[in-house]
Design a protein around this ligand. Structure first.
Ligand SMILES: C[S@@+](CC[C@H](N)C(=O)[O-])C[C@H]1O[C@@H](n2cnc3c(N)ncnc32)[C@H](O)[C@@H]1O
Length: 264
């Protein structure tokens, strides 16, 4: 049984997995999954560079928070020994249908809370999580679990939301300042109004601090925004801002590192 925050998180994502709002096609049809996939890589093309799907051929990998399974499908197609977990039954149903549509099979997919991954220590060559652990109640615990199940020398790749982003400022103005809640913080606005309840945002410094207790090397950070669609609200202004503002104002903060080998 999840705690009450994670119950709310679960309830939210069980209403519809991430990305499925991008299609109006019949649920679980080929067109439904094709549209979800096309949208994702058209507007988040850098995911390929980050995930390096084909690099994990024959390697044991875990995706934490598979959602509708678009990235997970790429790992499976690339021949990875792919394990996937999500807090919701809705995500697992989407991925089961998706794999069977393409006659593909994964090593395992199951409902699991990222805060308690029931896998052995030092098990995966890659642990991957895109846009997930900022939603869970105890993000530090999820990060600790991701670290624990990754092999020494194995790689961790995670995307979370960036506290210094323009989007946070927008949410703060919209949900706090314009409503007269002048004593509320930008983090409060995200916690209460960004997707599921209890969403959190982090800076590069926050992540570096959290990782101090987990020996690692080759830590790298990346900042991205979802590309702006023509015809989206304020598209030309947003495109201009994206071009002129520094990268650290972008919404996605991704990082990757390798787990240090155990000291003798
Ligand atoms: C924004 S979606 C991202 C899904 C997928 N990674 C993607 O990029 O499309 C967030 C996902 O995280 C899952 N999630 C949230 N908290 C979780 C937790 N504690 N353990 C596992 N999954 C969780 C949700 O159920 C949801 O499917």
């Amino acid at each position: 049984m999840e705690n009450s925050t994670n119950q709310r998180v679960k309830q939210y994502w069980n209403q519809g997995s991430c990305g499925t709002e991008r299609t109006s096609k019949e649920k679980y049809s080929q067109e439904y999954f094709t549209e979800i996939e096309e949208f994702r890589y058209q507007y988040e093309p850098y995911i390929h560079t980050f995930a390096q799907f084909t690099r994990w051929h024959n390697k044991k990998m875990l995706e934490v928070g598979i959602g509708a399974g678009t990235d997970f499908l790429q790992f499976v197609r690339a021949g990875a020994q792919a394990h996937g977990v999500d807090l919701t039954e809705e995500a697992i149903a989407n991925v089961e249908q998706r794999l069977s549509l393409y006659q593909l099979s994964a090593q395992e997919i199951k409902v699991t809370n990222a805060e308690k991954l029931n896998y052995p220590d030092n098990y995966f060559d890659l642990t991957y999580s895109w846009g997930v652990i900022h939603h869970t109640d105890n993000m530090e615990q999820a990060l600790a679990e991701i670290y624990r199940v990754t092999k020494p020398g194995g790689r961790v790749k995670i995307m979370i939301y960036n506290a210094h982003s323009l989007h946070v400022l927008y949410m703060y103005i919209r949900h706090a300042l314009l409503k007269g809640k002048i004593f509320k913080s930008p983090r409060w606005a995200i916690y209460h109004y960004q997707e599921s309840y209890a969403t959190k945002v982090y800076t590069k410094t926050d992540i570096k601090k959290m990782l101090r207790q987990f020996p690692h090397y080759n830590l790298r950070f990346y900042y991205w925004n979802q590309l702006i669609r023509d015809g989206a609200k304020f598209a030309s202004i947003r495109k201009l801002l994206h071009k002129i503002l520094p990268k650290w104002t972008r919404w996605y903060l991704a990082f990757e590192f390798e787990k240090s080998p155990v000291q003798a």
